[in-house]
Design a protein around this ligand. Structure first.
Ligand SMILES: [Zn+2]
Length: 183
């Protein structure tokens, strides 16, 4: 069975269970969450959320890219969300590579040069990356001034969420777990 056949088969079962629901368009918990595309983050169970509770914007790294902010502008201004969570995570691919490595990979495998100035939004320091993106969202003139923006780190090894304060560092997180999960 091909992947698409398996997906459609699984969906038939889902639709039977799903029935017809009438969940409102606007998120019930008035939350918008920006997080990474990582396959190990099962976001709704992680946060105790249910269908209809929150908007979810995902990209490589969970970074506040222009397109992520585009979605947050719609989410807050048109669909009434009032709290934004930025959730990045340990062992992120975007923390393993840098722009030069991605550029070299594309050159070697596709023979295409994305250019020296292309920013894939990789990062060297996880806590700094979260703080940077929270600050970028807070500074956006297209987002309401009264929204709350918080940054968190999800530990893919333990399933725990760690709020990111002004002074927390990757070393603190590594110390908590006695390993290099925050590398
Ligand atoms: Zn990631």
């Amino acid at each position: 069975m091909s992947e698409i056949e398996a997906i459609l088969e699984a969906n038939r079962h889902y639709a039977e269970e799903h029935g017809t629901t009438d969940v409102p368009l606007r998120p019930a918990r008035r939350l918008a969450i920006l997080t990474c595309m990582d396959a190990r983050i099962q976001l709704f169970p992680v946060l105790g959320l249910r269908l209809g509770d929150a908007h979810v914007i995902r990209n490589a790294g969970g970074r506040a890219s222009d397109d992520a902010i585009r979605s947050l502008v719609v989410s807050t201004n048109l669909l009434d969300t009032r709290e934004i969570l930025v959730i990045q995570h340990t062992d992120c691919g975007m923390n393993r590579f840098d722009n030069a490595a991605i550029r070299h990979h594309l050159l070697a495998h596709l023979g295409v040069d994305p250019g020296e100035s292309t920013d894939f939004l990789t990062f060297a320091d996880l806590h700094e990356s979260v703080r940077e993106d929270v600050a970028k969202i807070r500074a956006s003139p297209l987002l309401p001034k009264d929204i709350t923006v918080n940054g968190l780190i999800f530990d893919v090894a333990t399933g725990r969420l760690h709020p990111v304060g002004e002074t927390d560092t990757d070393a603190d997180l590594a110390h908590v777990h006695g390993d290099d999960a925050a590398r």
